[in-house]
Design a protein around this ligand. Sequence first.
Ligand SMILES: Cc1cc2nc3c(=O)[nH]c(=O)nc-3n(C[C@H](O)[C@H](O)[C@H](O)COP(=O)(O)OP(=O)(O)OC[C@H]3O[C@@H](n4cnc5c(N)ncnc54)[C@H](O)[C@@H]3O)c2cc1C
Length: 303
Amino acid sequence: MGASTAFHLAEAGVNVTLLERDSLASGSTSKAAGGVRANFSDELNIALGLRSLEAFENFKVRPGQDIDLHQVGYLFILTKPEDVVLFEDSVKLQNSLGVQSRMLTPQEAQELSPLLNIDGVLAAAYSPRDGHCTPESVVLGYATGARKHGASIHTGIEVTGIVHDGSTISAVETSAGRIETSTVINCAGAWSPQIGAMVGLEIPVVPYRREILITEPIPDLPNNFPMTIDFSTSFYFHREGPGLLTGFSDQSVEAGFSLNRDDGFAEKLGELAMVRAPRVLDAGIRSGWAGLYEVTPDHNALL
Ligand SMILES: Cc1cc2nc3c(=O)[nH]c(=O)nc-3n(C[C@H](O)[C@H](O)[C@H](O)COP(=O)(O)OP(=O)(O)OC[C@H]3O[C@@H](n4cnc5c(N)ncnc54)[C@H](O)[C@@H]3O)c2cc1C
């Protein structure tokens, strides 16, 4: 969010300074699975998703960076009748707003995503324009573009306070001194409540640890198949180089900033994979990591 905001403001002629206490993309962004989509269930998120897809499709030109965008689609696998109804309604809404999504039979879903086991699958929802890209490249592209438009970007500098009189901001205190400004944009993701607290704002964002595994190469893996998500369990995978990037949202994880990886994560993921994509179990684990999801009360973005 920080690099994107800096780019768009600098391009519009605003004098911008971006402060990052670590290195660019070091927060949640470099930990993401890279999924990009307009396959949502409400008008606002569909519109935001469409706008993002347009930006990602044009990224080589503006700001001018290859982000390894694979528009292989999103494929939601549905195993509960109520989820089928939910997605049928969402697909209708998406179609009315210009998203070319459609419902598929289990067999059609398996043709698109051959690792799938379709036992117990009732239907699937497919949105071909969605896909995945490399999050760090998006940050790099926006940061480089922002600099070209005159933005100052400082890494290794922490915001430690905001000077204000209750109604007007006059400066930001940092680990490298004070910067005079009347405007602050809080793009601190999971850490945004700390920045909000500097001006007495309570921002309802809670961090939850989520993990990802990268598998060893899988022989005969098709070149292109969708980001595939087993909706009822949240188990998902997409192609990453010669192997897979895979994960799920472990609902037993408690809120907190810990990035310690769970020793049992691979086993829990394996149980879900055994049901939905057993071939994943044949592949060894090459690497993995944990990152923080910044969760709001209604799971929508906060502006
Ligand atoms: C495992 C996992 C998978 C995910 N998969 C997807 C996906 O497929 N698709 C998707 O859309 N989203 C995904 N997400 C969510 C996505 O990663 C986040 O929503 C997104 O990266 C948030 O971006 P951000 O810029 O708001 O926050 P961040 O990328 O966390 O950036 C905030 C930055 O603020 C800096 N900061 C904090 N405090 C200060 C301070 N006091 N001073 C200076 N700097 C400070 C931090 O160092 C950090 O770099 C995933 C998340 C995880 C953890």
